[in-house]
Design a protein around this ligand. Structure first.
Ligand code: NI
Length: 129
Protein backbone atom coordinates (compact mmCIF):
# COMPACT_ATOMS: atom_id res chain seq x y z
CA UNK A 1 0.00 0.00 0.00
CA UNK A 2 1.32 3.44 -0.87
CA UNK A 3 0.56 6.97 0.16
CA UNK A 4 1.33 8.20 -3.35
CA UNK A 5 -1.03 8.61 -6.30
CA UNK A 6 -1.68 5.40 -8.21
CA UNK A 7 -1.70 5.36 -12.01
CA UNK A 8 -4.23 2.65 -12.85
CA UNK A 9 -2.95 2.26 -16.42
CA UNK A 10 0.56 1.64 -15.08
CA UNK A 11 -0.80 -0.69 -12.40
CA UNK A 12 -2.47 -2.79 -15.09
CA UNK A 13 0.90 -3.37 -16.78
CA UNK A 14 2.27 -5.01 -13.63
CA UNK A 15 0.37 -8.31 -13.98
CA UNK A 16 -1.16 -10.51 -16.67
CA UNK A 17 -3.14 -13.19 -14.80
CA UNK A 18 -6.83 -13.19 -15.70
CA UNK A 19 -9.66 -13.14 -13.13
CA UNK A 20 -7.10 -12.53 -10.37
CA UNK A 21 -7.83 -9.20 -8.63
CA UNK A 22 -5.02 -6.95 -7.38
CA UNK A 23 -5.62 -4.61 -4.43
CA UNK A 24 -4.49 -1.11 -5.41
CA UNK A 25 -5.60 0.72 -2.27
CA UNK A 26 -8.04 0.60 0.64
CA UNK A 27 -10.79 2.97 1.73
CA UNK A 28 -11.77 2.42 5.36
CA UNK A 29 -12.46 -1.33 5.37
CA UNK A 30 -13.01 -1.59 1.62
CA UNK A 31 -10.58 -2.71 -1.10
CA UNK A 32 -10.18 -1.03 -4.46
CA UNK A 33 -9.24 -3.93 -6.72
CA UNK A 34 -8.37 -4.12 -10.40
CA UNK A 35 -8.49 -7.19 -12.61
CA UNK A 36 -7.90 -8.25 -16.17
CA UNK A 37 -10.64 -10.51 -17.44
CA UNK A 38 -11.47 -12.57 -20.53
CA UNK A 39 -13.89 -15.41 -21.10
CA UNK A 40 -16.23 -16.47 -18.31
CA UNK A 41 -16.03 -16.17 -14.54
CA UNK A 42 -18.18 -18.52 -12.42
CA UNK A 43 -21.74 -18.17 -11.16
CA UNK A 44 -21.45 -17.01 -7.55
CA UNK A 45 -23.23 -15.08 -4.81
CA UNK A 46 -21.99 -12.69 -2.14
CA UNK A 47 -24.40 -13.16 0.75
CA UNK A 48 -23.29 -10.14 2.79
CA UNK A 49 -22.14 -7.42 0.43
CA UNK A 50 -22.95 -5.53 -2.73
CA UNK A 51 -20.19 -5.52 -5.35
CA UNK A 52 -19.24 -2.43 -7.37
CA UNK A 53 -17.80 -2.67 -10.90
CA UNK A 54 -16.21 0.03 -13.08
CA UNK A 55 -15.02 -0.89 -16.57
CA UNK A 56 -11.62 0.65 -17.32
CA UNK A 57 -11.03 -0.92 -20.74
CA UNK A 58 -13.01 -3.18 -23.04
CA UNK A 59 -16.54 -4.43 -22.39
CA UNK A 60 -17.79 -6.45 -19.42
CA UNK A 61 -21.00 -8.42 -19.30
CA UNK A 62 -22.61 -9.59 -16.08
CA UNK A 63 -25.25 -12.30 -16.15
CA UNK A 64 -27.69 -11.93 -13.25
CA UNK A 65 -30.34 -14.03 -11.57
CA UNK A 66 -32.23 -11.14 -9.97
CA UNK A 67 -35.49 -11.66 -11.84
CA UNK A 68 -37.58 -14.70 -12.68
CA UNK A 69 -35.71 -14.84 -15.98
CA UNK A 70 -31.93 -14.68 -16.14
CA UNK A 71 -30.66 -11.46 -17.71
CA UNK A 72 -27.33 -9.92 -18.71
CA UNK A 73 -26.15 -6.33 -18.36
CA UNK A 74 -23.59 -4.94 -20.81
CA UNK A 75 -21.01 -2.50 -19.44
CA UNK A 76 -18.89 -0.61 -21.95
CA UNK A 77 -15.73 1.23 -20.90
CA UNK A 78 -16.58 3.87 -18.31
CA UNK A 79 -19.76 2.15 -17.11
CA UNK A 80 -20.40 1.33 -13.47
CA UNK A 81 -22.75 -1.28 -12.04
CA UNK A 82 -23.54 -2.64 -8.58
CA UNK A 83 -24.50 -6.27 -8.07
CA UNK A 84 -26.71 -6.32 -4.96
CA UNK A 85 -25.88 -8.72 -2.16
CA UNK A 86 -27.53 -12.08 -2.51
CA UNK A 87 -27.84 -11.91 -6.31
CA UNK A 88 -26.15 -14.71 -8.25
CA UNK A 89 -23.96 -13.30 -11.01
CA UNK A 90 -21.40 -14.37 -13.60
CA UNK A 91 -19.13 -11.76 -15.19
CA UNK A 92 -17.72 -12.42 -18.65
CA UNK A 93 -15.91 -10.65 -21.45
CA UNK A 94 -15.64 -12.09 -24.94
CA UNK A 95 -13.01 -9.60 -26.09
CA UNK A 96 -11.25 -9.03 -22.76
CA UNK A 97 -11.54 -6.13 -20.34
CA UNK A 98 -9.89 -4.40 -17.41
CA UNK A 99 -12.15 -3.67 -14.45
CA UNK A 100 -12.10 -2.00 -11.05
CA UNK A 101 -14.06 -3.42 -8.13
CA UNK A 102 -14.89 -1.89 -4.77
CA UNK A 103 -15.91 -4.22 -1.97
CA UNK A 104 -15.19 -4.99 1.68
CA UNK A 105 -11.68 -6.28 2.40
CA UNK A 106 -11.76 -10.06 2.64
CA UNK A 107 -14.51 -10.49 0.06
CA UNK A 108 -13.90 -13.66 -1.97
CA UNK A 109 -13.77 -13.34 -5.75
CA UNK A 110 -16.03 -16.39 -5.99
CA UNK A 111 -18.45 -15.30 -3.27
CA UNK A 112 -19.90 -17.32 -0.43
CA UNK A 113 -21.65 -19.76 -2.76
CA UNK A 114 -20.50 -20.74 -6.23
CA UNK A 115 -20.52 -23.34 -8.96
CA UNK A 116 -17.37 -25.39 -9.60
CA UNK A 117 -14.54 -22.91 -10.08
CA UNK A 118 -13.01 -23.26 -13.57
CA UNK A 119 -9.25 -23.31 -14.04
CA UNK A 120 -9.09 -19.78 -15.44
CA UNK A 121 -10.65 -18.26 -12.30
CA UNK A 122 -8.55 -17.41 -9.22
CA UNK A 123 -10.53 -17.89 -6.00
CA UNK A 124 -8.98 -15.16 -3.87
CA UNK A 125 -9.64 -12.25 -1.54
CA UNK A 126 -7.26 -10.21 -3.73
CA UNK A 127 -3.49 -10.08 -4.12
CA UNK A 128 -1.17 -7.16 -3.40
CA UNK A 129 -0.40 -5.23 -6.56
NI1 NI B 1 -18.94 -11.25 -7.43
Amino acid sequence: MTNEPIDLAAALTRFDQLWSPRIVTRVNDYDVRIAKVAGEHVWHTHDHTDEFFLVLEGELRIALRDQPAEREVVLPRGAVFVVPRGVAHRPSSAGGASILMFEPSGTSSVGDRHDDVPAQVDATTGHPL
